[in-house]
Design a protein around this ligand. Sequence first.
Ligand SMILES: Cc1cc2nc3c(=O)[nH]c(=O)nc-3n(C[C@H](O)[C@H](O)[C@H](O)COP(=O)(O)OP(=O)(O)OC[C@H]3O[C@@H](n4cnc5c(N)ncnc54)[C@H](O)[C@@H]3O)c2cc1C
Length: 453
Amino acid sequence: MSLQDTVINTETVAPGDKEYDDAVRVLFGTGSPALVARPRDADEIAAALAHAVRRGLTVSVRSGGHSLLGHGTNTGGLVIDLRHLDGIEVLDVDRRLVRIGGGATWGRVADALDPRGWAITSGDTAGVGVGGLTLGGGFGWMVRRYGLAVDNLVAARVVTADGRLLTASETENPHLFWALRGGGGNFGVVVSFDFVAQPVATVHRGTVTYQLDDAAELVVRWRDAMRSAPEEMTSTLVLPPAAPGEIPEAMVMLCYAGEGGAGDRVAEANAAIEPLLELGTVLRASIAECRYADLLEDTAPPPGLRIEGRNTLVRSINDEVVDAVDRMHRSSSPAMIALRSLGGAFSRVMSGATAFAHRDAEAMIIAMVVLPGTASDDDVAQALLPWHAVAARGMGSYTNFQSSASASDVAAAYPPATYTRLALVKRAYDPGNVFARNHNVRPGDGLPRPRRA
Ligand SMILES: Cc1cc2nc3c(=O)[nH]c(=O)nc-3n(C[C@H](O)[C@H](O)[C@H](O)COP(=O)(O)OP(=O)(O)OC[C@H]3O[C@@H](n4cnc5c(N)ncnc54)[C@H](O)[C@@H]3O)c2cc1C
C-alpha cells in the first residue's frame, strides 16, 4: 500500500504529482514532505492523523501558511493543509456568533463580515491564517479596543491526536479551551473556531511619517501620547533601519475603531488622532476612514531574503527600554524596530485566564532583521546582537512573531505556571507529542481525562 492510499478519501498531493512543488511551499520555507493531505472534515483529519501516527511521521498543520518558522511544511512527514476548511458561517445573528473554519484567512473573514458591519480583531495581513494567528493569541489593529483575537473566541472544535472530535469552551473541556488561547498548535487540529464578532463597519486608519531626529525622544513622545489615548486607538511606531544618504524617517501607523453617530465618530476620531500628529516634524500624513476589511494588507516578503523576527513584551516603556531601543536603532543592525501599543481591553484579561499570559504589557517591541538569502546563522546572530539589551528588559515574548523556537523561546513565551498547566493539558490531549512542529510544549503530569464532544 502506498503512503497516499492509506489516507482514505482525502485529497492528497505526493512527490511526483504536478501540484507537489506548490503544495510543499509556504511563505517562509519549502519542504519535501512524504504527503500533503487536504481534508474536508473532521473524519478526514482523523484519518490523516492516524496515517501519520502509524508511520511515526512528523505532522505539520497548515492554515494560512504564514508561520515565520515555516512550520506549515516539513521534510519527509505529513502536512495537513486545511485550505478546504475555510467556511465562515453566522451561527447567531443577535450574539454576532460566527463559526470560522480552521483553514480560513483573515482577509476572507473581514470581507465576509463586512456587509453586516461586523469585524473580529485579528492581524494586519489578509493572507495570515485564522488557525495560526488565533492559537498564538492574535494581535490586531483593535487590540486595545477588543483585546486579542482569542479574547473573542468562545469555542473551538478540535480533532485530537487519537482522532476524537472534541468541543473546547468554558464549559466543555475547559482546560483545552484555555490552552488553545495562546498555546499554539500543540493540542490538536482545530476544525473550526467560534468567535463573537464586534460591531465595527469602518475605522480610521493612518500613517504619519516623521523626520527622525532623535529616536529616543520620539519613542517617549509616542509612549506619552498612547498613555492618554482612548482605547479605541491602537498604534504602532516603526523605526526603520537607517539607509545611507537618506533623511531618517519613522512612521506611526494608527487605527481608531470608534462607535457612535457619524458626526460624533468623526469628531472623536479626529480628537484621538491629533496627538499622534504632534510628535515631531511631520513629513507626510495620510489618514482616512475605511472599511475594516480594507485595513488588512496583503503583503508578502520579497523572495530571496532571510527574514528573522524577535519580539518582547515590556511592562513599561521606561528609560531603560527607551535607551535599549535607541541603542539598537543607532547600531549598524539592519533591523526594523516596531513598538505596538497595548493596554485597554488586552490588559483587562487576567494573566492566568488564557495561555497567552503577558497581559500587563504596555507594548510589544518587535525587531525584524532582513538579510540576503545567503546569510548564515552567524550573520543573523551578529545582526541581532543589539537586540539582547532590548529583550533583557521584556517580561516574555509572543510565539507568533518569533523566528526561533528553542527551549528558551518557549520559556520566554510561557511563564512557569503557564507552562506547567500547558504541559498538563498536553499530556491529557496529546501525550505522544504528535503536534510537535510548533513552539513545543512537552507532555507533563496529570489532568482529568478529556470529555467527548
Ligand atoms: C506578513 C505577516 C504578518 C503578520 N501579522 C500579524 C499580526 O498582525 N498579528 C499577529 O498576531 N500575528 C501576525 N503574524 C504572525 C502570524 O500570526 C503567525 O505567523 C501565524 O503562525 C500564522 O498563521 P498561519 O495560519 O498563517 O500559519 P501556518 O503556518 O499555517 O500555521 C502556523 C502554525 O499554527 C498551527 N496551526 C495553524 N492552523 C491550525 C489549526 N487549524 N489547528 C491546529 N494548529 C494550527 C500549526 O502549529 C502551524 O504550524 C504575521 C505574520 C506574517 C508573515
